[in-house]
Design a protein around this ligand. Structure first.
Ligand SMILES: Nc1nc2c(ncn2[C@@H]2O[C@H](COP(=O)(O)OP(=O)(O)OP(=O)(O)O)[C@@H](O)[C@H]2O)c(=O)[nH]1
Ligand SMILES: [Mg+2]
Length: 202
C-alpha cells in the first residue's frame, strides 16, 4: 500500500518540485481498527480488494491524481496524498502528528459493528482539535454486508448533520460510492483552497 499508483520516494509533503503542476492536498483516513480504511484506499487507488485482514502498523499513504471541475467549469489537476493510519494506534501524539496539516479527513465506521459508529465522535473531536478548519466526510463502510448490518442510515445522517459533513455509504468490496467519497473530498478541498486563493503550488 505504501506504493500507490503515483507514490514518490520522497515525502509527499515535501515542497520539492516533482513535475506535478496542480493543487496538492494531504488528506487522512480515520476510524477504528478493521473498519476498512486500507481497503477503501486500495479500492480507490488500485481497484482491488482483499478479504484477508492485514492490520496497518503505523501509517501508509497512496497518491491519486484527479481532474476536478471547479465552480466555474474549469478542470483543475488535483493530487491527493491520502494517508492511512492503523486504527490500533492509540498513542495520542502520533495521531496528532499524523493529522497535522491535513486538508480533509474521511472518518469511517463499519455498519456491522455499532461500537465503531460510537467511536466516530472521538475521531471527529481529535481531528478538529488539530485541524479545526478542515472538512470531514463520513464513510459508512461494508454496506454490502446487508444481513449483518447493525447501523442503519438514520444515525449516520444524524452524525452528518452534527459534523456539518457529508455522508456516503461505501463498500470497498463492491466499490460502491468509493470513487464518490474521494472525488467529493477533492472537490471540497479544491473549492476551499480556491476561495482562500492559495497558490497552486503550496
Ligand atoms: N464485506 C466487506 N468487507 C470489508 C470491506 N472493507 C473492508 N473489509 C474487510 O474488513 C477487514 C478490515 O479491513 P481493513 O481495510 O484492513 O481495515 P482498516 O480500517 O485498514 O484496519 P486497521 O489498519 O487495523 O486500522 C478486512 O478483512 C477487509 O477485507 C467492505 O466494504 N465489505
Ligand atoms: Mg489499515
Amino acid at each position: 500500500m505504501t506504493d500507490g499508483n503515483q507514490t514518490s520516494d520522497t515525502s509527499p509533503d515535501a515542497s520539492v518540485s516533482d513535475g506535478f503542476e496542480g493543487y496538492k492536498f494531504r488528506m487522512v483516513l480515520l476510524g477504528e481498527a478493521a473498519v476498512g480504511k486500507s481497503s477503501l484506499l486500495r479500492r480507490y487507488t488500485e481497484n482491488t480488494f482483499d478479504e484477508e485482514y492485514k492490520q496497518t502498523i503505523g501509517t501508509t499513504f497512496a497518491t491519486k491524481d484527479v481532474d476536478v471541475t471547479d465552480s466555474e467549469g474549469e478542470v483543475r489537476k488535483v493530487r491527493l496524498n491520502i494517508w492511512d493510519m492503523g486504527g490500533q494506534s492509540t498513542y495520542r501524539e502520533l495521531r496528532r502528528q499524523f493529522m497535522k496539516g491535513a486538508s480533509a479527513a474521511i472518518i469511517i465506521y463499519d455498519v456491522t459493528r455499532p461500537e465503531t459508529f460510537m467511536a466516530m465522535n472521538n475521531w471527529f473531536e481529535s481531528f478538529k482539535e488539530v485541524c479545526p478548519d478542515s472538512p470531514v466526510l463520513i464513510g459508512a463502510n461494508k454496506v454490502d454486508l446487508v444481513d449483518k448490518r447493525m447501523v442503519p442510515a438514520q444515525p449516520g445522517k444524524m452524525l452528518r448533520d452534527w459534523f456539518q459533513s457529508e455522508y456516503f455509504e461505501t463498500s470497498a468490496k463492491t466499490g460502491d460510492a468509493v470513487i464518490d467519497v474521494f472525488s467529493r473530498t477533492a472537490e471540497i478541498v479544491l473549492a476551499k483552497a480556491l476561495s482562500e486563493s492559495k497558490s497552486p503550488m503550496m
